[in-house]
Design a protein around this ligand. Structure first.
Ligand SMILES: N[C@@H](CCC(=O)N[C@@H](CS)C(=O)NCC(=O)O)C(=O)O
Length: 307
């Protein structure tokens, strides 16, 4: 079994969520650096069009979105668990809030500080990515508007940590800590904002999260990752397709699209579907046959038109 390959870039907060998970579990992994904006010529052949960062590859299996990436890492490397104590289920729910509502506030604050230095091409890419125009002159104002909501969201975290616990669900880190941390990292460590500098417990907790590091990794070229996919076989998916409201069956041609940003549909044949995940199979010249996995929450699955 080949180990995880993370397609990412250093400044990406969602990638930091996965890198710190590698640190908590002390895993060895391979790193493929991808461009921070389109085009991503060695990535999109693997995903079938999904452009977001990060993507995890294990042989000919491609995992899109940190929700499913972390679930797969936990399945393969269950110790130490990302669901300690009573956190199962709840940690996923907290993570979903953090990845969406909390992260949106973090982006506004970070762009308010770094936006002026960002090249036009990057801001144009992010406008296309988010589906909304980005006006450089309004970034500071939007940051001021989101300052209060950010403090309200992170105020809940400060309050949760107030009883002296080390992590959100007790003495060991969980998926929820990872999801809150990457937004805090973006604001505090990347953008160097002082928006939450007075949250004493939160900052001590963020330092604890940072100290896990990133595990051990070696750099690898994107072309080599394509060769690895081509030479590997997708893993068996014995669960099959569960009965579903769409009436979809095994091998139906479907499309899977993020419901928020980077809404590029990926088309393939349905291999597996359950309450938490979608797996499709597709092929390209560069990759051979691959299986692409998505989480169920946050993605729109429909039959592909023209089927
Ligand atoms: N829900 C996704 C969000 C990923 C995301 O939005 N990543 C940002 C970078 S941190 C992104 O894709 N930005 C555009 C890009 O890298 O092309 C996940 O959990 O992986």
């Amino acid at each position: 079994m080949s180990g995880p390959i993370l397609h990412h870039y250093g400044t990406s907060p969602f990638s930091e969520k996965v890198r710190v998970a590698f640190g908590i579990k002390q895993l060895a992994w391979r790193s493929v650096k991808i461009p921070p904006m389109m085009p991503k010529p060695d990535l999109t052949p693997l995903t079938g069009g999904y452009r977001k960062t990060p993507v995890m590859q294990i042989g000919a299996d491609i995992f899109c979105d940190t929700q499913i990436i972390l679930r797969e890492i936990e399945r393969r490397h269950p110790q130490p668990t990302l669901f300690p104590g009573l956190s199962k289920g709840l940690a996923e729910g907290v993570a979903y809030w953090a990845d969406h509502q909390l992260f949106a506030a973090c982006v506004a604050i970070a762009f308010g500080i770094m936006g002026e230095q960002m090249p036009d091409a990057f801001l144009e890419d992010r406008a296309q990515f988010s589906g909304r125009p980005i006006d450089r002159t309004k970034l500071k104002r939007q940051s001021a508007v989101m300052h209060g909501p950010l403090r309200a969201h992170l105020g809940w975290v400060e309050e949760a940590l107030n009883d002296g616990r080390a992590f959100l669900f007790g003495e060991a880190p969980s998926l929820a800590d990872l999801a809150v941390y990457h937004g805090v990292w973006f604001v505090r460590d990347r953008a160097k904002s002082d928006a939450v500098a007075d949250y004493v417990k939160l900052n001590a907790w963020a330092d604890r999260m940072k100290s896990f590091g990133h595990g051990t990794y070696t750099e690898m070229d994107g072309k080599e990752a394509l060769t690895i996919a081509r030479q590997a076989q997708p893993m068996a998916m014995p669960g099959g397709v569960a009965p579903n409201a769409l009436g979809l069956s095994l091998n139906d041609t479907v499309s899977v699209t993020p419901d928020d940003t980077g809404r590029d549909p990926v088309v393939g044949q349905l291999v597996a579907l359950d309450a938490q995940s979608i797996t499709i199979r597709r092929a390209s010249e560069e990759t051979g046959e691959v299986q692409v996995h998505f989480p169920r929450a946050g993605f729109i699955l429909v039959p592909h038109k023209g089927q």
